[in-house]
Design a binder for this molecule. Sequence first.
Ligand code: ADP
Ligand code: MG
Length: 343
Amino acid sequence: MSNSTHIEQLGEFGLIKHLTKNVTLKNSTSKVGIGDDAAVIACSDEESILISTDTLIEGVHFNLMYMPLKHLGYKAVAVNVSDICAMNGVAEQITISLAVSSRFPVEALEELYSGIEAACAQYNVDLVGGDTTSSLSGLHITLTVIGRAKNEVITYRNGAKEFDLLVVSGDLGAAYMGLQVLEREKEVFKSNPNIQPDLDGHDYIIERQLKPEARQDVVRFLKELDVIPTAMIDISDGLASEILHLCEASNVGCHVYDEKLPIDGKTSLTAIDFNLDPSTCALNGGEDYELLFTVKQEDFDKIKGNPHMTVIGHMTNAQDGRYYVDKNGSAVTLRAQGWQHFE
Ligand code: ADP
Ligand code: MG
């Protein structure tokens, strides 16, 4: 090939756009294709099927030095179920494709499957198929999840309107700080395998990294509160990046407030210990798998004081720009420094 373009020039999202620019939907059942957390397939007048797929690659998305295979299996299911939650739907089935190198004994793969089964039990999903092949470089896991939702509650990335409130579930930055602790202990272990890892007091953030949960409970709470978000996305790459996705898809601007970011005390302490700003970890850390959504102002009373949901800002007119109001009260342009897979 004489003409070659480096993937880095496009970035992950640019690459997807570029490769799929000629894709058109031919079937009337294909209601929504590329561009949201899951595709939406018509099934009846009342309901649609939701489909999403994700791949985890050894050395890119996980490191088996500190990620036990059981946890990996659990996480693979959780992150897929999370994409169905982000559509305000309920996951029902998964398929799993494995590419595995010969260095894995059967017992290791049994561990992986015990985690997959635990997550299937937790989220009430059925494993209904998959594929198994060999790999020349480590372990690759591709999961596809199939879910379902009533048409009137399906929530896309593009429904946010000016004045809507921006809400996030749970707390942020913990998974990233958990990873920092695990990375630190890995380096210590490499230099002296006799030293036991010092993970004391870091249980919460390490669990957030190793065993993230899909917020199926938040989808249920929203239903119980009778709130249909105007837009929703799950936080895989980091809050800032996902807010920008919502703004982009919905063609709105935003104001996000530093002082409102929900950060657990243990996350903050560890961040400070690592000389990191807790807010930066919350904004850019990634892998929290919390839900980020917008609601109409009139729904504020329904979510006010809810321990699982925090209002962190509001949406504005697109021309007003996308701003982050920092600790000093200065509005700065919101930028994403999330995971850049191709850098
Ligand atoms: P998420 O972070 O929710 O998993 P992604 O960022 O991976 O979503 O993908 C964004 C959108 O692009 C999704 O709708 C996904 O289905 C689609 N997509 C990603 N990669 C490809 C590809 N290689 N070909 C076609 N569509 C893709
Ligand atoms: Mg997603």
